[in-house]
Design a protein around this ligand. Structure first.
Ligand SMILES: Cc1cc2nc3c(=O)[nH]c(=O)nc-3n(C[C@H](O)[C@H](O)[C@H](O)COP(=O)(O)OP(=O)(O)OC[C@H]3O[C@@H](n4cnc5c(N)ncnc54)[C@H](O)[C@@H]3O)c2cc1C
Length: 316
């Protein structure tokens, strides 16, 4: 059977697309991935998603979105897509156990943060360790924070955090930043920011919550402890597009090149969320683009001659 719409991704973007398309009787199939729920599973309280004045747990937020989509008939497969064929119609989508066909595809596989890969980072995730300054910065008002990284994201995060935190210490592996010159200047001229050069975070310290980091000088091998309540890892993002390489236009970092935010270069293939967003990377912006992609997908399917009484029979 050919599905009308397959949505790849079960984070805020994919789930919002599922809510919209299922309410219109398209019965979308959501291939949500092994990490169904996406990045919000990595956080505790989300305080900036509208309609939750007391905040909402990240996992609960995505569970509610999924429940809302299921209520209208969306179906879910919690497996990763391993291969797609977007050159043929209907489109073909393969997971490790199944092959599916669809007239229309919404790509919302999100992005993954690059992490340091030390065990204490996982231990304190949501308890002082974060990768999202915009999201979690307000939890550290008048506190000491550390930012790890040397690119533009680390500079932006540090500057943003100076407006909230008491102090910001950047820890960078090299003796110069990779970031653009203007961002470097802003950081280096900010009296609230201190930089620890040529150093790597060895351990994140704490008990229930983060109390500091142990850093090692890569020049002298000496270690030192920096007291901090928050640690922001800003060493980059990896868009989850391995399975799309060579299948559609990706930029040099692997983000999908979107036209007008939601269109790919392929008719009938739409995109939503962080996988095409190098700038905003928020649950609400991901949900917003999921809505737009769903409406565009509906237009596309209807122009094909969609008849909900003859599911899967529209002319291709
Ligand atoms: C620690 C942290 C805290 C955050 N806090 C906030 C906050 O407070 N407020 C806020 O607005 N935003 C917050 N964010 C950002 C927010 O989580 C993201 O912007 C948002 O989740 C992006 O949604 P998305 O649907 O595009 O992608 P994701 O949430 O990344 O979801 C991607 C989905 O695609 C699936 N997937 C990936 N690859 C495949 C594949 N090959 N096949 C099938 N499925 C696949 C995954 O399993 C997942 O279901 C936070 C992020 C982090 C990391």
């Amino acid at each position: 059977m050919t599905e009308d719409i397959i949505i790849i991704g079960g984070g805020p973007a994919g789930l919002t697309a599922a809510i919209y398309t299922s309410r219109e009787d398209f019965h979308p199939l959501v291939v949500a991935g092994f990490k169904a729920g996406g990045q919000l599973l990595l956080t505790t309280t989300v305080e900036n998603y509208p309609a939750f004045p007391d905040g909402v747990d990240g996992t609960e937020l995505v569970n509610l979105m999924r429940k809302q989509a299921e209520r209208f008939g969306a179906r879910f497969v919690d497996e990763d897509v391993v291969e797609v064929d977007l050159n043929t119609k209907p489109f073909r989508i393969k997971t490790s156990s199944q092959q599916y066909e669809a007239k229309c595809v919404i790509l919302a596989p999100g992005a993954s943060n690059r992490w340091l890969g030390i065990p204490s980072e996982q231990k304190f995730m949501g308890k002082g360790v974060s990768s999202c300054a915009t999201c979690d910065g307000p939890f550290f008002k008048n506190k000491d924070v550390v930012v790890v990284g040397g690119g533009d994201t680390a500079m932006e995060d540090s500057l943003f955090l100076t407006k909230l935190a008491k102090s910001v210490t950047i820890i960078h592996r090299r003796n110069e930043f990779r970031a653009s010159k203007i961002m470097q200047e802003r950081v280096l001229n900010n009296p609230k920011i201190k930089v620890v050069w040529d150093s790597a975070v060895e351990e994140i310290l704490g008990d229930e919550k983060v109390t500091g980091v142990r850093v090692k000088s890569l020049k002298t091998n000496e270690t030192a402890t920096i007291p901090a309540n928050g640690v922001f890892i800003a060493i980059g993002y990896i868009p989850n597009t391995k399975f799309l390489e060579g299948k559609l236009d990706l930029d040099e970092q692997g983000y999908i090149e979107a036209i007008d935010e939601i269109h790919t270069g392929i008719d009938g293939v739409f995109v939503a969320g962080d996988v095409a967003d190098r700038v905003y990377r928020q649950a609400v912006t991901a949900a917003g683009s999921g809505c737009k992609a769903a409406i565009a997908a509906r237009e596309y399917i209807q122009n094909l001659g969609f008849d909900k009484n003859k599911r899967g029979m529209a002319l291709l």
